[in-house]
Design a protein around this ligand. Structure first.
Ligand code: ACM
Length: 527
């Protein structure tokens, strides 16, 4: 595997072409010898195709290690396979089983896995349960797209023979959902989590507060949710998560091996809080709720001691229901806060995050203050953001601040694909599928040590996004590209082979009911 990480680009490409070559034999999908093509997104670190395929039949059993986590991943796999195959597929922790989920093996890290497939069965081996789960996502993609349907389909259910060894390039592979501009229910968030899990995304960043809505219950400041959560962009009724709701999102995300990263955006983007409590305002007057889409007009009152009681309470309560390691404190577009106040505010707030046992993440403007030790800055600039701003981020990275890259003209899923895209915005530009995929996080920002890059994240802002179908058409097909940038070794990066693998996802999304943008850049199979 290590070897393959260092594989030169050409050889990596050849490996993928070799893998894709199986599809030539697979051209007649209903013949006995044919295996489906190996067209996996994100590209695995190494694929060695060869040998006979395994065929799932009515006799197949799923044998798992005798641990709660392995059993749960086995049940998850069975739940995917049973409706479309129509087979019983018992999950068992003893005896034989042709599909085997094993904990063990060395060198696979916290999330890696090895998948061995041959005539007698398929074994997924991982050091940790997360690796088994990611291996299961790969296994899904080795099966025909019809496996994703929820009614019985015709097989055969062949899995190409060979070995895949796979570990992620980056530990932080995120997606953000803005639940403030428009509120999304727990069920809608779970739906998105399931989609993220398909592509091995492991962080769900929830943008829980903004000018237009406060979306998380805080017991010590109840009007934040009750009043601040009572509307949204356009004036709809909004909503908020109770603590039980939030815990349920966290639990569900964790069952898909995603960690929730909650964001309370401060000191700007705070109109919903300021509207809920007059005393948080410097002039003691609460502004009205806001349902428009302007930015940069609100600020917490940096010189009022009460502001820090408020922030302490919010962070304490949120940290208490967040098992993950991070708490995102926003820090973007604080245009109504002076620079000196911004620095003062961040100096006071970052220690509160540490006080409650979490690490700070902030939008990259945090690098204009003094990022706390261990903090991560999330870069949301553009390719042509000024050299000075990039240099400020690079200096922070040189001084130990980690970076998560979300270039707005690459990874903002709310940017329109073309001028004709009905939803979304275009302030960062038009972002077609190739543009979203075709860059290297490792070398993106000049002067940033490669080790400072912790990963990538694809944010979805929801000023224009209202339904799950809206989420789907903006996230697909760009989200899988972001996920691949986070997971796959740079040696596999190649648009021409990527677009073929991406095209193979289309029938899967059709089977799953995910409506996506049929970009003309991608050679989708005919429907
Ligand atoms: C941002 O897009 N204001 C982080």
């Amino acid at each position: 595997m290590r070897q393959h990480h260092r594989t030169p680009r050409l050889l990596g490409t050849l490996l993928l072409v070799a893998a894709a070559g199986i599809s030539l034999v697979g051209a007649a999908p209903h013949t006995e010898a044919a295996a489906p093509p190996v067209r996996v997104v994100p590209a695995p670190a190494s694929v060695e195709p060869g040998g006979s395929p395994y065929r799932i039949t009515g006799d197949t059993r799923i044998r798992v290690d005798d641990s709660r986590e392995a059993r749960t991943v086995g049940d998850y796999l069975a739940d995917i396979l049973r409706p479309s195959t129509g087979y019983r597929l018992p999950v068992t922790s003893h005896g034989a089983g042709a599909i085997r989920l094993r904990l063990g093996g060395k060198g696979l890290g916290a999330e890696g896995y090895r998948l061995d497939s041959g005539r007698s069965g398929v074994t997924i081996t991982a050091g940790r349960p997360a690796g088994l789960f990611h291996g299961v996502q790969t296994l899904r993609q080795l099966l025909p797209a019809a496996v994703e349907k929820d009614s019985v389909q015709r097989g055969p259910w062949l899995i190409a023979g060979g070995t895949i060894e796979d570990t992620p390039r980056y530990a932080y592979r995120g997606a953000m959902l803005d639940v403030s501009r428009h509120f999304f229910t727990v069920a809608q968030v779970k739906h998105y989590i399931d989609e993220l899990a398909l592509y091995k995304v492991n962080k769900l960043h929830l943008h829980l507060s903004d000018d237009q809505g406060w979306r998380i219950a805080v017991d010590s400041w109840p009007r934040l949710a009750a009043h601040g959560g009572s509307t949204q962009v356009g004036g709809g009724q909004g909503g908020f998560y109770t603590k039980a709701d939030y815990r349920e999102i966290v639990r569900y995300a964790s069952s898909r091996y995603l960690e929730v990263v909650p964001e309370i955006d401060m000191p700007g983007h705070t109109n919903a809080a300021l509207a809920s409590y007059a005393e948080l305002n410097c002039d003691g007057v609460a502004p009205p709720l806001y349902t428009g889409t302007d930015v940069g007009f609100s600020s917490l009152c940096v010189n009022k001691p009460l502001t820090y009681d408020f922030v302490d309470d919010v962070i304490r309560e949120l940290a208490a229901i967040t098992p993950g390691g991070y708490l995102h404190i926003g820090g973007d577009e604080a245009h109504s806060t002076s620079h000196a106040d911004y620095v003062t505010f961040m100096d006071k707030v970052q220690p509160l995050v540490a006080k409650y046992g979490k690490k700070v993440i902030g939008w990259h403007q945090l690098t204009g203050a003094t990022p706390a030790k261990g903090a991560i800055a999330q870069y949301w600039g553009l390719d042509d953001t000024g050299a000075e701003e990039k240099a400020q981020v690079a200096r922070a990275a040189q001084n130990g601040t980690g970076l998560v890259l979300s270039p707005a003209d690459r990874l903002y899923l709310d940017m329109k694909y073309t001028a004709d895209t009905p939803l979304g915005q275009d302030w960062a530009g038009l972002v077609e599928v190739r543009r979203a995929y075709d860059w290297d996080p490792g070398g993106y920002l000049p002067g940033v040590p490669a080790s400072a890059v912790k990963g990538v994240e694809a944010p979805l802002w929801t000023e224009t996004i209202v339904t799950s179908a809206d989420i789907d058409v903006m996230a697909f097909p760009r989200l899988p590209g972001a996920a691949e940038l986070g997971w796959s070794p740079a040696s596999t990066h190649d648009w021409d082979t990527y677009k073929v693998r991406l095209a193979a996802q289309g029938p899967r999304w059709d089977a799953l009911g995910i409506g996506y943008y049929r970009s003309p850049q991608v050679p989708w199979p005919a429907r």
